[in-house]
Design a protein around this ligand. Structure first.
Ligand code: DQA
Length: 148
């Protein structure tokens, strides 16, 4: 079972970026934890990080033929990107939206997500554990739907 993990803009700065909100864990550490979590679940993860909306759109388009599902933290594009939403829709892949922080507890502009309406599910507010919860939810979903 192959899963793509997409990290959006500024997530390459994790560890240094607003640690009071996002914690001290780096992106490399998150990816290492996801790799071992995936192994335990019988899945294989591939990572992609970009600060560019167009690159994320192209990556989702490419994922169609290569992966069974996607976990994405779209970062600030969550609140602005019709293009990423449309790419998810046209991919037909199950996509789980994750956020480190609880976006609903924060500024009003973070309460709107263009992604949630086309996502299989959303995990927000559990720190870096949001990624682990999103991955295990997606793997469970794919296992349940394997033969359908
Ligand atoms: C974020 C929340 C977004 O509002 C913000 O722009 C981010 C990170 C999170 O993981 O909590 O870049 O997606």
């Amino acid at each position: 079972m192959k899963i793509l993990i997409i990290h959006g803009p500024n997530l390459n700065m994790l560890g240094k970026r607003e640690p009071d909100i996002y914690g001290a864990t780096t992106l490399e550490e998150i990816n290492a934890a996801l790799t071992s979590k995936a192994k335990g679940l019988g899945a294989e993860v591939t990572f992609f990080q970009s600060n560019s909306e167009g690159e994320i759109v192209s990556n989702i388009q490419d994922a169609m033929s290569k992966f069974e599902g996607v976990v994405i933290n779209p970062g600030a594009y969550t609140h602005t990107s019709v293009a990423i939403r449309d790419a998810i829709l046209s991919s037909g892949l199950p996509v789980v939206e994750v956020h480190i922080s609880n976006v609903h507890k924060r500024e009003d502009f973070r309460h709107k997500s263009f992604i949630s309406g086309v996502a299989l599910g959303v995990v927000s507010g559990f720190g870096v554990n949001s990624y682990m919860l999103g991955l295990s939810g997606l793997v469970d979903y794919l296992k349940d739907n394997e033969n359908n």
